[in-house]
Design a protein around this ligand. Structure first.
Ligand code: NIG
Ligand code: FE
Length: 443
């Protein structure tokens, strides 16, 4: 038998979802199933069972929980009345970048907009220059530190984009760094190729789109390889099964910054056509700076998600109805850039699902704290704690294609869990939004 961990005396085990439910839509987002006074058993890194603590369990954990006597559980964790929750899922980040953009932070404070900073050669092009001049090893080191910080904040599944390379070589460098993060972290990581993040210096938009289609995508495809067993370090408990070898592509998804001043819906369609030949599904940046047409083109190509949505009209809500595309809002960038917040409640009222993600990046959201994202969802978008929690867990897992594996308490899923200090509940987490609540992360 493999490694077993029994967690007992859980004050509230929250985020229980039946197997096979991969996302929550509309009214379903208003509820979070939980069990008070619970136990949960982990076997070989997966949730093997959970239930209510029987009255007669002795304080040594012996006996009565089915299959959970002390002898067979290799490790017993006493939750001491704390909550156990699925770890947050963060379906949209740009954490592989070099250096920082603190200078632009000052420009922003002095009144320049995101677009004005970009037009002066700041923004994404500034990060591309920094990345070009940074070694792959150093880029990995800086990115790994951010990933570890996100895990400490409670994220257990994380999507990471390229997009600060803007040349074939530097985009591959970023994607190799993401692959190395996948191999060396207990978090579940997905990689997205975002060559179309900004037009590379010295190129026309149309030439650059050609290059993405004819050079970058084929290069990425030819670099797929067999992955390695994960190596685990640090204070996080990892229960990743050993010895599995999976095919690891350099890119799980393709993304385009379809927005005013960046790429048009026509550019986006060309890139998505090209990516579909490699079987790479889209996740699209849409409607951050303008009503861009990005939602519609994303839906047309069956995007897994369309993200940002700070500026949307009823047409976008209509376009998303009846699709498999997850609308994803990034309140951290609304907060940092002073943009409008997405119309989250209206999306949900229309029966749509909704995911929230951090957008952690050096220009528009320099934080990967999903608990703060959940708080912004409640405080600024007026989501209930249950809606915000579902958006930050199951639905965000869906938006990165991992809701079979993560995002809820479900038998068979990875045991990616947050154990809180005693005295916490779902409402208190976004309410006391700066008070430390995590006692232990289990991945
Ligand atoms: O999601 N909008 C495009 N990309 C990022 C910002 C990237 C940057 O400024 O470095 C975003 O906000
Ligand atoms: Fe982004």
């Amino acid at each position: 038998m493999g490694k077993r961990i029994l967690i007992r005396n859980i004050g509230e085990l929250a985020g229980i979802v039946p197997a096979g439910v991969l996302r929550k839509c509309g009214d379903e987002m208003s509820s979070v199933e939980s069990i008070r006074n619970a136990w949960l058993l982990i076997e070989d890194g997966r949730i093997a069972g959970f239930g209510q603590m029987p009255d007669q369990v002795g304080h040594d954990g012996k006996g009565v929980i089915p299959g959970c006597d002390r002898e067979s559980a290799t490790e017993v964790i006493d939750a001491d009345g704390g909550m156990v929750l699925p770890a947050f899922c963060d379906s949209h980040t740009h954490i592989v970048y070099a250096g920082s953009r603190e200078g632009e932070f000052l420009d922003k404070i002095n009144g320049l907009s995101y677009e004005e900073i970009a037009a002066r050669g700041g923004g994404i092009l500034n990060s591309a220059d920094l990345l070009h001049n940074t070694s792959e090893e150093e880029l990995y080191r800086q990115s790994k530190a951010r990933l570890d910080e996100m895990i400490a904040f409670g994220s257990g599944a994380i999507e990471i984009k390229s997009g600060y390379g803007l040349s074939t070589e530097d985009e591959l460098k970023m994607l190799r760094v993401i692959r190395r993060l996948k191999e060396n972290s207990p978090a579940l990581i997905k990689a997205t190729f975002l060559g179309a993040h900004a037009v590379a210096r010295g190129m026309t938009r149309s030439d650059y789109v050609d290059k993405i289609c004819n050079e970058m995508l084929p290069a990425i495809d030819s670099h797929a390889s067999l992955g390695m067993t994960k190596k685990i370090k640090g204070s996080v408990i990892s229960t990743e099964p050993k010895g599995r070898v999976e095919k690891s592509s350099l890119a799980d998804f393709v993304d385009v910054f379809c927005d005013e001043g960046f790429f048009t819906p026509e550019d986006t369609a060309r890139i998505l056509e090209a990516a579909s030949k490699y079987g790479i599904r889209p996740k699209i940046h849409a409607n951050e700076l303008a009503v861009s047409g990005g939602v519609q083109v994303g839906v047309k190509y069956n995007a897994l998600s369309v993200d940002h949505l700070e500026r949307t009209t009823d047409a976008e809500i209509e376009a998303l109805k009846g699709t498999e595309t997850m609308p994803t809002m990034l309140p951290g960038s609304s907060f940092f850039l002073g943009l409008p917040y997405g119309r989250a409640k209206e999306y949900i009222a229309a029966g749509l699902p909704l995911a929230l993600a951090s957008d952690y990046n050096p220009g528009s959201s320099p934080s990967g704290d999903m608990r703060f994202v959940m708080a912004l969802g409640c405080i600024r978008m007026r989501l209930t704690p249950a809606q915000a929690f579902n958006a930050c867990t199951l639905n965000s897992a869906y938006a990165m294609g991992v809701s079979q594996e993560a995002g809820s308490i479900t038998v068979g899923k990875r045991a990616n869990l947050i154990l809180t200090h005693p005295g916490w509940n779902l409402t208190k987490i976004p309410y006391h939004y700066r008070t430390p609540f995590i006692k232990k992360i289990i991945l």
